[in-house]
Write a protein that binds this ligand. Sequence first.
Ligand SMILES: C[S@@+](CC[C@H](N)C(=O)[O-])C[C@H]1O[C@@H](n2cnc3c(N)ncnc32)[C@H](O)[C@@H]1O
Length: 229
Amino acid sequence: MSTLLTLLDAFDDGTQARSLREHTYRALGDTVVDVGCGSGRAVGELAARGARAIGVDADHDMIEVAIERWPASEFHVGDATALPLDDGSVTGYRADKLLHDLPEPELAVIEARRVLAANGRAVLIGQDWDSYAIDSDDPELTRALLRARADGVPQRWVARGYRNLLLDNGFTDVTVEVRTIVWTDATCLPMLANIGGEGAWLDDQTARARDNRLFLAIPFIVASGTRAG
Ligand SMILES: C[S@@+](CC[C@H](N)C(=O)[O-])C[C@H]1O[C@@H](n2cnc3c(N)ncnc32)[C@H](O)[C@@H]1O
């Protein structure tokens, strides 16, 4: 299993992550594309709610995993900026933890507008990479690790700009909110390891998890908008 898949599974299995996903499914209508769908969890969940859900991801291996995990659902290998969908063919567009990876996130939003029918709804979800909160015995190292991790993300601030991306690219009724996910147990240790901590720093976090003294909070920005007719 790839590192990204291990991280996504650790994140997506949590009750708060599940609740965040459920929140984003509202108002997407009966035909929904999930772009950057990863292992396809949202597609499977949307299909279980009765939607025709389509997953698109640029990574062949991810799409293979998605097909294996959700064999009844529809998946395509494709790029967020050139979706394998006709103009106006979906009522809902969803991109969860995707735009920070793209060289030009605006192109994905323009593509969202193209594939959405008039009055269709887009929802963008992603963490603010510069706002992770971690309790640690070593605050200075923690700040340095977090900064270095955020600096490695191509569009580390993109979620702060979701609202503007929608407003600037043909969406109305734009809303934005922040939902913070909090971990206090060992389920987030893969994410803490991914931040780059090792040795004594990670040992401290592991001990905190063991002793019920861990704290990690990550704010997720959720913005949605209606495709103007
Ligand atoms: C962090 S993962 C999130 C996966 C899923 N949305 C989730 O929330 O679990 C980002 C996904 O976006 C995909 N991706 C990256 N660049 C892409 C692009 N240009 N077009 C489509 N998918 C892309 C990656 O392959 C990966 O599966």
